[in-house]
Ligand binder design. Sequence first.
Ligand SMILES: NC(=O)c1ccc[n+]([C@@H]2O[C@H](COP(=O)([O-])OP(=O)(O)OC[C@H]3O[C@@H](n4cnc5c(N)ncnc54)[C@H](OP(=O)(O)O)[C@@H]3O)[C@@H](O)[C@H]2O)c1
Length: 349
Amino acid sequence: MSQPSPDSSATKTALITGITGQDGSYLTELLLSKGYIVHGLVRRTSNTVRSRLDSLFHDKNIYERSLFLHYGDLDDATTIRRILLKTQPDEIYHLAGQSHVGLSFEIPESTCQFTAMGTLKLLEMIRDLEKQPRLLHISSSEIFGRPDASPQNEQTPMRPVTPYGVAKTFATQMVQVYRRSFDCFACNAICYNHESPRRGESFVTRKITRAAAAISLGLQSELRLGALDARRDWGDAQTYVTAMWMMLQQDAPDDYVLATGRTHSIQDFLEFSFDHVDLDWRDYVVTDPKFIRPTDVADLCGDPSHATEKLGWQPPTSCQDLAQRMVDHDLQLLQRKPIPAKSSEAVSR
Ligand SMILES: NC(=O)c1ccc[n+]([C@@H]2O[C@H](COP(=O)([O-])OP(=O)(O)OC[C@H]3O[C@@H](n4cnc5c(N)ncnc54)[C@H](OP(=O)(O)O)[C@@H]3O)[C@@H](O)[C@H]2O)c1
């Protein structure tokens, strides 16, 4: 099976699934800065505004020169195969999927269809290609569910407890199977929670930072949340995508835990965010059973030593700094006069 070896002098081509998401947008910026030609898979929706890619899309020196978008849904194998044949990527970063753990209890079938089967379909397509691209699959700490040991590493047994976790476990193990059985250069980035000002607004960290900003501006009066004692290992998304790129530049494929090795409670995150705008979160937070999950993972904490030793990756450390940057960004957004959203309708054909 032919595999391209990394050649820093040649222009590399990457295909990103989930390019419109938090991680996809940061990864796109990183790869463009390294001189890559970047192709992105976007799904056709009625909304053509892709705010995280907006500045790149409207930059005539970038869009359709080094960045190209292609319509395709994760379960549309024919289209994805065609895009693969047309773009001949050296590297594929597979980030797309239903990314909300809580929501996976409401839509388990499509979560599994896209996250689990979508990954398997992609692996099957790659297996058939003459020129084999390297694959990065983004896995999740949710695969560990309720582990016996803390912190978790690449050897910790997978025991998922959510539909999202089960789907990611299937995809993660399939990546391992294809690596061992078919010699695919395929890696799992086992990511713990990572946040940024570009985090989707339905995720708890962004809900908190947006509420802190809105309440401080008199635009909101309360914040409804689920369990406040849940603890997460929260890192900075931009740093995590750098590690994903590093993983595909190694001589051999492997799995890596990407985490900070520290956990904070949701209450801590509330404190970091509300303190930053001189408010006491206790005056505004209402517990709403609607946001409590049927089952939740235990306090997951990742051990990033394999990534630090092998890749030289340094995980971000300050959760407080992350929360404050997110609040600052939300303050800016909310204070900005509303401007008409620009359409990003055109895609490469
Ligand atoms: N952020 C974290 O803390 C974290 C931790 C562990 C693992 N992960 C995983 O990392 C990946 C990226 O996370 P993220 O935070 O960037 O998530 P995100 O912002 O929700 O982005 C998800 C991306 O997947 C795309 N997508 C979803 N379903 C699709 C489908 N059927 N066909 C094609 N594209 C589809 C979305 O497209 P639209 O823009 O059209 O919705 C979006 O581009 C996800 O797989 C997530 O599960 C994230």
